[in-house]
Write a protein that binds this ligand. Sequence first.
Ligand code: SF4
Length: 230
Amino acid sequence: MGNTCTRNCAFCNISNDPVEKLDTEEPARVAEAAKRLGLKHVVITSVTRDDLLDGGAEHFAKTIRAVRAMLPDCSIEVLIPDFQGSKTSLQMVIDAKPDIINHNVETPPLHYDAIRPQADYEQSLTLLKRVKEAGCRSKSGLMVGLGETDEEVRGVIDDLAAIDCDIVTIGQYMRPSRHHPEVKRYVHPDVFEEYATYGKSKGIKHMFSAPLVRSSYNAAMFADDSEAAS
Ligand code: SF4
């Protein structure tokens, strides 16, 4: 959906220059690329397009269907924006039947104004709750090192456990440039392990927590429960 975003999250290096018109050929090209790469698991994501009436949901749905048609055995994960809370837009994505729907909460709620100013923590949790209620596997993630405390991280894990989120990723924030927020702390790998242990104790099936974990890192491991890391 283009190289520029309608939002301006503090941690992100994507430009928020004016967005481009949607490329209607993109879903087919993504499917063709997945085929040529011989992918068994594909993660489809985008910038946020608040300028579009459906937030780009139909474009996501078309891309999922195009990949499914081209690669019927490939598992499909989508990393979606919040669609500004639109239930209708989310339903368009759910109806396309991806295997996993990921939406990152990114940081604890007290840091939203500074880090994710155009988003809303409760709205993101509601989206993830709806994903589960629709019978789809849900996934979310956050970064640490943006000023949050371990207690706040555990609070986010509690919130994700309460909505039965299937997969949670936690990784170290790295500053993309000097114009981005400083890294407030480098979290020790042992502490990442403690987050994972805590999440599992709260009932989250798959916790993936380590400094270099990103939301799509080793994503295929979770596509099939039987192969998932625990
Ligand atoms: S919505 Fe996503 S792509 Fe856009 S600025 Fe935020 S993190 Fe970056």
